[in-house]
Design a protein around this ligand. Structure first.
Ligand code: SAH
Length: 249
């Protein structure tokens, strides 16, 4: 099994593949101005198994194209959508977020929770903007410093793993420079990382290792996840995902 297959096997059984929460998706929706509008066309980019997709499909009169690189995640989303009677509003698509097959000016909203980092925040905001209608909404969550100063260990880790990590004011500036009007920002509370994301992953470690006969690669993946979880538990006052909601100008 290659590293991607292991990563997918560890994550696709979880309720979500990144920090977040249904309540926070709903809060971002409230800030977006999309509610109450009809016939919306929305893309959920890097949707994983669709935690946010399902909230959007429940709350909005919309057709949602849920995009992810990995068909295994999309298969789970299709099954979940079927179970809750939302299949007619959700279409899944395996594609790269770097080369999305949408027509220019065709989308009312681009939603992307915990995924834009794969492109980089500035690059993603610039690349996706032409796909939005004028006035269309970009709603993304992105790793964000919550404080001006922070422990060196934390700064060093995230600068190595994701050099674009920055404060909310810097992220809002990036959005403005890319041709968006910010509509809202809020940081995800700790619950979105621990209860909704890390706790379920941790609960699955033993079964994951057993499925892979405690291979070196499986062990290494668990170790890496545990290091990240431990870092977050120690330093959750300093870093989170910020949810950014903006309008294409
Ligand atoms: N939005 C989901 C998943 C976040 S994890 C949630 O909040 O639960 C990030 C997702 O981005 C993963 O599902 C991963 O498969 C997907 N991804 C990573 N690189 C990608 C790329 N280049 N194009 C499309 N999706 C990608």
């Amino acid at each position: 099994m290659d590293d991607f297959s292991l990563l997918i096997d560890l994550h696709h059984r979880q309720p979500r593949q990144g920090p977040g929460g249904d309540r926070e998706t709903a809060l971002a929706l409230a800030l977006s101005g999309l509610k109450g509008r009809t016939g919306l066309k929305i893309a959920d980019i890097g949707c994983g198994t669709g935690a946010a997709t399902l909230v959007l499909a429940t709350a909005l009169d919309a057709t949602i194209t849920a995009v992810d690189l990995f068909p295994a995640f999309l298969g789970t989303l299709d099954a979940r959508a079927g179970e809750v009677g939302l299949s007619d509003k959700i279409q899944t698509l395996s594609a790269s977020m770097e080369a999305l097959p949408f027509e220019e000016g065709s989308l009312d909203a681009i939603w992307s929770e915990g995924a834009i980092y794969n492109l980089g925040f500035a690059k993603g905001a610039a690349l996706w903007r032409p796909l939005l209608k004028s006035g269309g909404v970009l709603a993304v969550s992105e790793l964000t410093w919550l404080t001006k100063d922070r422990p060196d260990e934390l700064t060093e880790h995230w600068h190595k793993v994701y050099p674009e990590v920055d404060t909310a004011s810097a992220k809002l500036h990036v959005l403005e420079a890319a041709g968006y009007e910010p509509l809202g920002y809020f940081p995800l509370p700790e619950r979105c990382w621990l209860e909704n994301y890390y706790d379920p992953i941790e609960a699955g470690f033993e079964a994951f290792l057993a499925r892979h006969h405690h291979s070196d690669a499986a062990r290494a993946l668990v170790d890496a996840e545990q290091r990240e979880i431990s870092l977050y538990r120690r330093y959750s006052d300093y870093v989170s995902y910020g949810f950014y909601i903006a309008r294409r100008l």
